[in-house]
Design a protein around this ligand. Structure first.
Ligand SMILES: [Fe+2]
Length: 183
């Protein structure tokens, strides 16, 4: 009986390490993703600010499009946070800087969206470089979906800018209605 108890205790001690969650993502990479999460939240605020501006200017359709864009950015922040947690890391919400509040025409707003998406693409590329330097294949794989997403984001914003430029001010209400149909 005594031998049996000792044996059970020994088994418990041998396997206790299995109860500890192992961190599978480096501190450096965790911090880099945390910075990107803050950038995604800044993007969400930027697009919310644009949405409120466009609504105040009477462009309900553009405002709706921008609101969905803002929600998408917040989703990106959650997706990245969930990934870090899944890999045994830790994330906290950081301070988010203030965003611009005023623009000119809808064309100016969408030109800003395009420029901002190009900037975000650069940030994601830099993040892939950090994951690569850390030899973290899983994180590189996770980030490729964001690299692909940025290709779409840039193309969409550029497409809207070109449509506004080509169609001119006279068709702005028509475009407002079209973008208001975004689901
Ligand atoms: Fe994003």
């Amino acid at each position: 009986m005594r031998f049996f108890l000792v044996h059970i205790l020994l088994l418990l001690f041998q396997n206790i390490h299995l109860l500890n969650i192992t961190t599978m993502i480096s501190e450096k990479l965790q911090n880099a993703i945390k910075e990107q999460i803050t950038a995604e939240m800044w993007s969400a605020n930027l697009y919310m600010s644009m949405s409120l501006y466009l609504k105040a200017e009477g462009f309900d359709g553009f405002a709706h499009w921008m609101k969905l864009q803002s929600q998408e950015e917040l989703e990106h922040a959650y997706t990245m946070a969930d990934y870090v947690i899944k890999r045994g890391g830790r994330v906290t919400v950081d301070k988010v800087d203030v965003v611009p509040t005023g623009w000119g025409s809808p064309l100016e707003v969408f030109e800003h969206v395009y420029q901002h998406e190009c900037h975000v693409s650069q940030l994601i590329d830099n993040l892939v470089d950090v994951a690569s330097a850390e030899k973290d294949k899983a994180t590189q794989d996770f980030l490729w979906s964001f690299v692909r997403e940025q290709v779409e984001e840039e193309a969409t914003a550029q497409g809207i800018v070109e449509r506004i430029r080509k169609m001119g001010d006279g068709a702005i209400c028509y475009l407002d209605g079209q973008l208001g149909q975004r689901k």
